[in-house]
Design a protein around this ligand. Structure first.
Ligand SMILES: NC(=O)c1ccc[n+]([C@@H]2O[C@H](COP(=O)([O-])OP(=O)(O)OC[C@H]3O[C@@H](n4cnc5c(N)ncnc54)[C@H](OP(=O)(O)O)[C@@H]3O)[C@@H](O)[C@H]2O)c1
Length: 298
């Protein structure tokens, strides 16, 4: 079924090895995150799978070890919908790990019914943006000590349909589940852009990306008819292995070492929307994120 889509997609591959590198991947128990973990484990990295459900995570660790023949794969509890969990995870990493070379902010939730995180953020902006913003902030000193290092934010082409509602970022006045997803994915692109500026000259580079339209559990909140449409268009979509390629490309491709802050798709630089290049909104989002998370990050 994937053959039609494969025919049109250029392929990328790299023999780049990652021995002596430590990688954290959020939401690595399934979908794109798990396939990314398998690939980077095959390259010899130490893989830390940051997951909210430890039963699913243990099963995924087993699968990653079996597929990669790399025993240096562990999971650790991380619930991005709870800043307490994020802080505990970061404390553990900062205490136990001597280095962190690659952080892949991959976890995500899409078009869910209205809900709030433990900190009162709307679920999609809370998990997809605020959670990863705080996680990156808490791990940044370790990442800076581990250069060359990379931070990868898995966004989506859906960012281009979104805008940042600075007056009502948590959709408390009105909730459009698609709009809230697009807002969160635009926030990923803007965060990457802002972060790159702040990391200039540190040896840490950062990338955002669209993985493609990928058959994963992400579609779990779609309605019955929407699920049917996804089945019909499935020959044009990617499987999880294919969907992981741009994350892997951003994590390992040597020629990207001199680039930072950009947006990628199909293992190549891509154009993000005009809103994704708006530095004024990016700065305002940065300030609002710091304020709502009660952190100081100039
Ligand atoms: N699939 C696509 O077509 C597509 C397209 C564009 C962008 N993306 C992006 O790709 C990324 C990966 O998605 P996917 O397609 O692989 O979806 P997926 O199979 O649903 O995986 C999402 C992962 O995020 C985890 N997660 C959700 N909420 C979390 C929380 N509060 N704390 C920690 N982890 C949490 C999930 O854990 P559980 O298993 O416990 O729920 C799961 O491991 C997402 O950022 C998504 O926005 C996907």
């Amino acid at each position: 079924m994937q053959t039609i889509r494969n025919f049109f997609r250029p392929s990328w591959s790299s023999a780049q090895r990652l021995e002596d590198k430590t990688v954290v991947i959020t939401g690595a128990n399934t979908g794109i995150g798990k396939e990314t973990a398998i690939d980077l484990a095959k390259r010899g990295a130490r893989i830390i799978m940051a997951c909210r459900d430890m039963e699913k995570a243990q099963a995924a660790v087993k699968e990653v070890i079996e597929s990669s023949s790399n025993e240096n794969v562990v999971c650790m509890k991380l619930d991005l919908a709870d800043s307490k969990s994020i802080r505990e995870f970061a404390e553990n990493i900062n205490r136990e790990e001597p280095k962190l070379n690659i952080l892949i902010n991959n976890a995500g939730v899409m078009v869910c019914p209205y809900g709030k995180t433990a900190d009162g953020f709307e679920m999609q902006i809370g998990v997809n943006h605020f959670g990863h913003f705080l996680l990156t902030y808490l791990l940044l000193d370790l990442i800076k000590k581990s250069t060359p290092a990379r931070i990868i934010n898995v966004s989506s082409m859906a960012h281009s349909w979104g805008s940042i509602n600075l007056e009502d970022i948590n959709s408390e006045k009105s909730y459009d589940k698609r709009g809230a997803y697009s807002q969160s994915k635009l926030a990923n692109v803007l965060f990457t852009r802002s972060l790159a500026k702040r990391l200039e000259g540190t040896g840490v580079t950062t990338y955002s990306l669209h993985p493609g339209v990928v058959q994963t559990d992400l579609w779990r909140h779609l309605s019955g008819p929407q699920q049917l449409v996804m089945k019909i268009v499935s020959p044009f979509t990617k499987n999880s292995t294919q969907g992981a390629q741009t994350s892997i490309y951003c994590a390992v491709e040597p020629t990207l070492e001199k680039e930072s802050g950009g947006y990628y798709s199909d293992c190549a630089p891509a154009d993000c929307s005009a809103a994704g290049k708006n530095d004024e909104t990016a700065q305002k989002l940065w300030e609002l994120s710091c304020q709502l998370l009660s952190i100081t990050w100039e």
